[in-house]
Design a protein around this ligand. Structure first.
Ligand SMILES: Cc1ncc(COP(=O)(O)O)c(C=O)c1O
Length: 376
């Protein structure tokens, strides 16, 4: 199989698995237990917290471990409104992930004002709209980089426009791929996830700036300084630490590889698949994503393209979701002004540090054959 869907998830690295195994076998203690086995797990979790916090410019006390990006996003939004009473209104980008969109729909039903900040045709939030937002009681949540197109949002400019609002970013796709520093970006909250950087699924983190009176959304035991109840999954946290360390340490070389692959991909696509539109901006985008669509999408079937690629052994995706048996166009591409038909028939390639040149060549050949056959 040729795996070009690394924005969906990545392969667990061998060294990450090796780091995790002892914590699933002999060192299986509960980090809250007082005897030696528990204390050993506690030390490991706190070391991981220190290292991951350090990698994003945070203090360890500012980081809680969660089950991943979805939980961190839900927690920020819901706790900010309900448990912590920090926000009365929320602004989000029109191209946010469903883990932001759906909880805000829920909050809206219970009376919280929600604003959707529109994006331009390249997917960047319109700063002129942000400058008009009323800052009092406002939480603004804008993803650092988009999971479908790779567009990197101008977080510094957003902070400059809204110095008094609470600022959250979903950094799930960007962490480990581009430099990320919560101090430099003057963030109040940030969401991270391990499985997009060759770490395990089911673990992530939430950065909560020191001084914010943040109350738990998930309640139970006193773990994570009373900010997230639940027994810490030690092995997953250790895996997250190992993956994050490697991603940041090797960022330059990984980026160079991924950029070389996406540049080759773009040039081969342009040479061999006529009439395509690039939805990934050429500047200010992640090194690993190329999203294309077809202006003549009426003649093409998005689902069939992905299925035919699968038959060729190639895993790619698009942002369209299947809801009750029918394909819904990608809300990201629709927000960027694409037609519903075009937004249904997009293809997202997302490479990793391990993607080879020959995999890229095979994928483009397959897509070219599939689209040619469909058009004729
Ligand atoms: C931008 C973004 N946010 C949040 C998530 C959800 O993260 P997780 O799978 O860790 O819950 C994803 C995963 O696809 C994502 O791409």
């Amino acid at each position: 199989m040729i795996y070009l869907d690394n924005s969906a998830t990545t392969r667990l690295d061998d060294h990450v698995l090796e780091a995790m195994l002892p914590w699933m076998q002999g060192d299986f203690g509960n980090a809250s237990s007082v005897y030696a086995l528990g204390r050993k797990a506690r030390v490991a979790v706190e070391n991981a917290r220190e290292e991951v916090a350090h990698l994003i410019g945070a203090h360890p006390a500012e980081l809680i471990f969660t089950s991943g990006g979805t939980e961190s996003n839900n927690t920020v939004l819901k706790s900010a409104v309900h448990e912590s009473a920090l926000a009365r209104r929320i602004a989000i980008g029109a191209t946010e992930h469903h883990a932001i969109l759906h909880p805000t729909e829920d909050l809206n039903r219970t009376g919280t004002e929600i604003f959707h900040v529109p994006v331009d045709e390249q997917g960047f939030v319109r700063l002129s709209e942000i400058a008009n937002l009323k800052q009092e009681g406002l939480l603004i949540s804008i993803m650092y980089a988009n999971n479908e197109t790779g567009a990197i949002q101008p977080l510094s400019a957003i902070r400059e426009a809204l110095p008094d609002a609470l600022l959250h970013t979903d950094a799930v796709q960007s962490f480990g791929k581009i430099p990320f520093d919560v101090q430099a970006l003057k963030l109040d909250f940030a969401t991270l996830s391990a499985h997009k950087i060759h770490g395990p699924k089911g673990v992530g983190a939430l950065f909560i700036r020191k001084g914010i009176d943040f109350k738990a959304h998930q309640q139970g035991g006193a773990q994570e300084r009373n900010r997230r109840a639940g027994t810490e999954p030690v092995a997953l946290i250790i895996g997250f630490q190992a993956a994050a360390r490697a991603a940041v340490k090797e960022m330059e070389t990984r980026t160079a590889t991924m950029l070389a692959r996406t540049q080759l991909l773009r040039s081969l696509l342009e040479a061999s698949v006529p009439n395509i539109r690039l939805n990934t901006p050429l500047q200010n985008s992640l090194p690993n994503i190329v999203n294309i669509s077809f202006p003549d999408a009426e003649a093409l079937d998005g689902e069939a393209i992905l299925q035919s690629m699968d038959i060729h052994g190639i895993a790619v995706s698009n942002g369209s979701a299947c809801v009750s048996g029918s394909l819904q166009p990608s809300h990201v591409l629709v927000a960027m002004g694409r037609t519903d038909a075009e937004a249904k028939a997009a293809v997202r390639f997302s490479v990793s540090k391990d993607t080879t040149e020959s995999e890229i060549r095979s994928a483009v050949e397959a897509l070219s054959d599939i689209v040619t056959a469909m058009r004729s």
